[in-house]
Design a protein around this ligand. Structure first.
Ligand code: MEV
Length: 313
């Protein structure tokens, strides 16, 4: 049987990260220029699950008794939800262009691509809702208490206005969004950062909730501005959202600097995206400024930059 190939894109959060974990709304868009690809193939002459991860240089057979192996846990989660007790011998080959621990959704993309690969290999044709449900379960043990926004935007591959425990709303983008993602070069670990903020919130609930409420106002206004194509206003709101993330202690010098550089170079606005304390800055730009803003960010210390476009509906 030939290999079947599945993929899932990256994502960036435009508004509302962290607040979204506590039930406030957030806006995220898929980044189709980067993706996780998984090929899956039957191994009729071998016994076991052969994992090849090209990015990590891994090449091994799964030890099914090893509960500390995250591949094993991911596969078991998928099989349990599908009520299947055995995965026939297979080779699973993983490659990714999504940088890890940088706020661009690599773990959600991995969860979604694995779910698609294994379920299809087993003959299931899962609807997006089911893929999303399984990917969310996988995200739980990768991230502890995920809001569900990452797996949702990656599964549906559409801009989303997301709020926990409410049906996902897809955004109708009024004018195409051109963005540059600038990598601070500092890795950012979502689980740890979300846990640290929870400790802070337990200590100072009023202060933290006040920031979340401000972020909610920004996010709600931004939704209308994205839909009506008022990019200038969307940009200003992004920079405002960044100030609140700073107040929450989620930024760092390097991210603040990249935000300032992007705005000075003519971006409509910029902010850290994802869990913060490292990772990427997302800048909303006019198409004719791609080159100049890209050069300014690289000159001023970005480890790398990625351009992406979210098309108008
Ligand atoms: C991570 O991409 C976004 C966070 O809000 C966590 C989550 O929503 O699960 C920081």
């Amino acid at each position: 049987m030939p290999a079947m190939v599945f993929s899932a894109p990256g994502k960036t959060i435009f508004f509302g990260e962290h607040a979204v974990v506590y039930g406030f709304p957030a806006i995220a868009v898929p980044l189709i220029e980067i993706s996780v690809k998984i090929s899956i193939q039957a191994l009729p002459d071998e016994d076991g699950i052969h994992i090849v991860n090209r990015n990590l240089g891994e090449d091994f057979f799964l030890d099914i008794s090893d509960k500390s192996c995250h591949y094993q846990m991911i596969i078991m989660t998928i099989l349990n939800i599908l009520k299947i007790n055995h995965l026939p011998s297979t080779k699973i080959t993983i490659s990714s262009t999504i940088p890890v621990a940088s706020g661009l959704g690599s773990s959600a993309a991995f969860a979604v691509a694995m779910t698609k690969a294994i379920s299809s290999f087993l003959g299931f044709k899962l609807p997006f809702e089911k893929i999303n449900e399984i990917a969310f379960e996988i995200e739980k043990f990768q991230h502890g208490t995920p809001s569900g926004i990452d797996n949702s935007v990656v599964t549906f591959q559409k801009p989303v206005f997301f709020q926990k425990d409410t049906p996902i709303e897809f955004l109708s983008v009024g004018k195409s969004l051109h963005v540059i993602l600038a990598d601070s070069g500092i890795r950012s670990f979502t689980k740890k950062i979300v846990e640290e903020l929870k400790i802070e919130r337990d200590k100072h609930p009023e202060q933290i909730n006040m920031e979340f409420k401000e972020i909610k106002k920004i996010t709600t206004e931004a939704k209308e501005m994205i839909e009506s194509g008022n990019l200038k206003e969307v940009g200003l709101l992004m920079t405002e959202n960044h100030r609140h993330l700073q107040n929450l202690g989620l930024s760092c010098q390097e991210l603040d600097h990249l935000v300032d550089v992007a705005v000075k170079a003519g971006a409509y606005g910029a902010k850290l995206c994802g869990s913060g304390k490292g990772g990427n800055v997302v800048a909303l730009i006019n198409e004719d400024k791609i080159k100049s803003i890209h050069s300014a960010l690289i000159k001023e210390g970005a480890a790398s930059c990625l351009y992406s476009k979210v098309r108008a509906a």
